[in-house]
Design a binder for this molecule. Structure first.
Ligand SMILES: NC(=O)c1ccc[n+]([C@@H]2O[C@H](COP(=O)([O-])OP(=O)(O)OC[C@H]3O[C@@H](n4cnc5c(N)ncnc54)[C@H](O)[C@@H]3O)[C@@H](O)[C@H]2O)c1
Length: 595
C-alpha cells in the first residue's frame, strides 16, 4: 500500500516552485508554500494566481475549482511552517551550499517520517541528502517547466535512498497525473544532460553572430518541430538558473567543454538580464514574468520591398532528378515561377514527372491547392536534357547527388552558361558552399539553399551565406523563400548549418547515455517528449532519420570542429556497421515491421 500524502510543503516559489504548488493543489493535496520573505511570498502568490486565472480563461479550470485550489494553499515565510507535512519539495536557486543548509534545517523542523525531495536540475542529490540525518528519505523530484503542463518527473534515487521511499514518490507522481522516470544520481539526469549542451551551443552560435536570435529560434521550431526555440526556452528557464546548471554539469559531468557556460550567459546574468522573470533576456517582454515579447533594438526592421537589393526572379532552373529535385520542381511551379527542370532527359522523365504530379495531387487532396492551380503549375514546367536551357533563368537550384567533384563541375558549367546576375544555389550539404562558389567566377552570386526533406512539407529553408556571398544575393534568396511560403533562416557556411549542428550532437549524446547504461531508450525518449515537449524522442527520431545519415552528419561536425565531445558514439558506429540503420532496414535502436 503506497503512502498517503495529504499535506506537502514547497520551499521557494519562483519559476518552478509556484508551478509545483499548483500541481499539488490541483490534485487535492494541501500545500504549505514557503518563501524567504513577505515580498517573495507575494510574488509567488501572484504567479500562482496568474497561472490559475489563465487556466480559467482558457476553460481548462472552472472558477470553483480554482477557488478550491487556492484554499488548499497556506502561504508562509520561513521553514518552521513545515513541521507537520508528509513531504517537502525544495525549489530554491541551484546552489549546493544553499540547498544543503535548507535540508539540514528541514531535517530539524520536519517530522522524522517526512520525505525530503529536491527539484535540483544538476546538483548531486547525494550531496544534498548527506546534509541531513535521514539520507534514506531524500530523493530528487525533478519537475519540468512549466510544472503544471509538462508530464514528466525525473525521480532521482541515490545509493542511500530507501526503496519504499522511491515507490511512494512514484505512486504520488501517478496521482498527480505525471509520468515518473526513476534514475540514478548523475549530473543533469536524463533530460537536462541532453538539453543543456544543445542550449549552450545555441547561445554560442548566437554569440558568434552566426545567426540572429529570431532565425535561430525559427530554425529549431520549424526544422525540428520543437515547441520553442533555444533562446526563448532559456528565457523561460531563467538565465541565472541555466548558468548554474551548466556550471554544475561542466564540473560534475567530466568537464565537457560543451557545458562550460557560453561567456554571453555570464554577462547577461551579471547585467540582470535573467529572461522572462526579469522582463528581459534574449528577448524583451512587456513586464517581468510575462511571456509577451515586445520589439527591441535587436528586432529586425521590416524592409520595404526592393530596398534590400533583392533581384527579380521569374524563371528558375532546377538541376537534378531525385526526390528533392522533384519536390522543388513542384514547389516552385506552384508558387508561380516558370521552371526549367534539367534531368538529363528531353521529354518529361517518367519517374520525376510522376513524383511532381503525385506531390501536387496530394496537395489537391489535402485542400491546399485546387485542380486549376495544379494544372497551371504543371504548365509552367518545362523539361530539359541539358544545362543550355538555363541561359536565361534568374535562379538555378542544384539538387544533384553524386560523388566528389560533381557539384564543382556543375557550377563551373553554370558559370559558362548562365547570364550575369543569376543567383546560383546549391542544396548540397557534403561540401562547404564556398568550395562550390569558388568553382565559378562569380562567388558573390553563389549561396546554399538547404531545404529540409521532404521539401514540400517542411516550412524552413536555411540560406547559407559564404564569406563571398553578396548582400543582394542573400536578399534575393530570402525573397524567393518568402514567395515559396517558406521561412528563410540566414546562417554562415559551417558544417550542419543551424539545425543539423544543434540536432545531431544531441542525438549522439542520447546514444552515449544509452551506451553508458544510465537509462533505457524508452526512458530517454519519454524524458524528451514528456519533459521537454519534443514531438519525438531521440531514438524514435534516429530510427526515422536513419542511423547512417546521423553518423555521417555527426562525423562531419566532428571533422570540422575537432571537439572531442562531438566524436560519434561508438554504439552508433557499431549499429551502422551491423546494417541496423533504422526503419528503412527494419531495425535500428528498435525493431520495426519491415515495409
Ligand atoms: N527554471 C527551470 O526551468 C527549472 C526547471 C526544473 C528544475 N529547476 C530547478 O528548480 C530550482 C529552482 O529554480 P527556479 O528557476 O525556480 O529558481 P528561481 O530563482 O526562479 O526561484 C527560486 C526561489 O527560491 C526562493 N528562495 C531563495 N532562498 C530561499 C529560502 N532560504 N527559503 C525559501 N525560499 C527561498 C527565492 O526567493 C525564489 O523565489 C533549481 O534547483 C533549479 O535548478 C528549474
Amino acid at each position: 500500500m503506497a503512502r498517503e500524502f495529504t499535506r506537502v510543503g514547497v520551499v521557494g516559489l519562483g519559476t518552478m516552485g509556484a508551478g509545483i504548488v499548483e500541481v499539488f493543489a490541483r490534485n487535492g493535496v494541501d500545500v504549505v508554500a514557503v518563501e524567504i520573505s513577505e515580498a517573495a511570498l507575494a510574488r509567488g502568490r501572484a504567479t500562482l494566481a496568474r497561472s490559475t486565472d489563465r487556466a480559467v480563461a482558457k476553460a481548462k479550470l472552472a472558477e470553483a475549482e480554482r477557488d478550491a485550489l487556492h484554499s488548499r494553499v497556506d502561504f508562509q515565510v520561513g521553514l518552521d511552517a513545515l513541521h507537520a507535512v508528509d513531504l517537502v519539495v525544495e525549489a530554491v536557486p541551484e546552489q549546493l551550499d544553499l540547498k544543503r543548509r535548507i535540508f539540514a534545517e528541514l531535517d530539524r523542523v520536519c517530522r522524522p517520517d517526512t520525505i525530503l525531495a529536491t527539484n535540483t536540475s544538476s546538483l548531486s542529490v547525494t550531496d544534498v541528502a548527506v546534509a541531513t540525518d535521514r539520507p534514506r528519505q531524500v530523493v530528487g523530484m525533478h519537475f519540468f517547466n512549466p510544472a503544471p503542463v509538462m508530464k514528466l518527473v525525473e525521480v532521482v534515487r541515490t545509493v542511500i535512498t530507501a526503496a519504499e521511499v522511491v515507490d511512494d514518490v512514484e505512486a504520488l507522481c501517478a496521482r498527480l497525473g505525471k509520468v515518473a522516470v526513476t534514475i540514478g544520481d548523475r549530473a543533469g539526469f536524463i533530460a537536462n544532460a541532453l538539453l543543456f549542451g544543445y542550449l549552450n551551443q545555441a547561445v554560442s552560435l548566437f554569440e558568434a553572430r552566426y545567426v540572429t536570435r529570431e532565425d535561430l529560434d525559427a530554425a529549431m521550431r520549424l526544422g525540428c518541430r520543437l515547441p520553442m526555440g533555444p533562446l526563448a526556452l532559456l528565457d523561460l528557464i531563467g538565465l541565472d538558473t541555466a548558468y548554474e546548471i551548466l556550471n554544475t554539469m561542466y564540473r560534475r559531468g567530466g568537464r565537457d567543454r560543451r557545458h562550460a557556460p557560453a561567456p554571453l550567459l555570464r554577462q547577461m546574468v551579471t547585467a540582470g538580464l535573467l529572461g522572462r522573470k526579469s522582463g528581459r533576456g534574449f528577448y524583451t517582454y512587456d513586464r517581468p514574468g510575462s511571456s509577451t515579447v515586445v520589439p527591441d533594438e535587436w528586432t529586425p526592421a521590416a524592409t520595404p520591398a526592393g530596398a534590400d537589393g533583392a533581384r527579380e526572379v521569374t524563371r528558375v532552373g532546377i538541376v537534378g532528378s531525385g526526390t528533392l529535385a522533384a519536390g522543388l520542381v513542384g514547389l516552385f511551379g506552384r508558387a508561380g515561377y516558370q521552371v526549367v527542370s534539367v534531368t538529363g532527359e528531353a521529354q518529361e522523365p517518367t519517374g520525376l514527372g510522376q513524383a511532381v504530379r503525385d506531390s501536387l495531387d496530394e496537395e489537391v487532396r489535402r485542400g491546399g491547392l485546387d485542380g486549376v492551380d495544379r494544372d497551371a503549375a504543371l504548365a509552367r514546367i518545362t523539361w530539359s536534357a541539358t544545362l543550355d536551357q538555363l541561359a536565361d533563368v534568374d535562379l538555378v537550384v542544384e539538387a544533384v547527388t553524386g560523388g566528389p567533384g560533381v557539384e564543382q563541375t556543375l557550377f563551373a558549367s553554370l558559370d559558362e552558361i548562365c547570364k550575369p546576375g543569376v543567383l546560383l544555389a546549391t542544396t548540397g550539404s557534403s561540401l562547404p558552399v564556398i568550395e562550390v562558389a569558388m568553382a565559378t567566377g562569380r562567388p558573390a552570386d553563389v549561396l546554399g539553399l538547404h531545404f529540409v526533406d521532404p521539401a514540400a512539407a517542411v516550412p524552413l529553408v536555411e540560406v547559407v551565406r559564404t564569406v563571398r556571398t553578396s548582400a543582394e544575393a542573400t536578399a534575393t534568396a530570402r525573397a524567393v523563400c518568402a514567395a515559396l511560403g517558406r521561412t528563410a533562416v540566414v546562417c554562415g557556411d559551417r558544417a550542419g548549418r543551424v539545425v543539423d549542428a544543434l540536432l545531431f550532437p544531441y542525438l549522439n549524446d542520447a546514444v552515449r547515455m544509452l551506451e553508458a547504461g544510465y537509462a533505457t531508450a524508452d526512458g530517454i525518449d519519454h524524458a524528451m517528449t514528456l519533459g521537454c515537449g519534443y514531438p519525438a524522442g531521440p531514438f524514435a527520431l534516429l530510427d526515422t532519420i536513419g542511423l547512417d545519415v546521423a553518423l555521417a552528419a555527426q562525423r562531419a561536425l566532428y571533422r570540422e570542429s575537432r571537439e572531442p565531445g562531438l566524436a560519434p558514439a561508438p554504439l552508433l558506429e557499431h549499429l551502422v556497421t551491423a546494417g541496423y540503420l533504422g526503419r528503412g532496414t527494419g531495425r535500428g535502436f528498435r525493431d520495426h515491421t519491415p515495409r
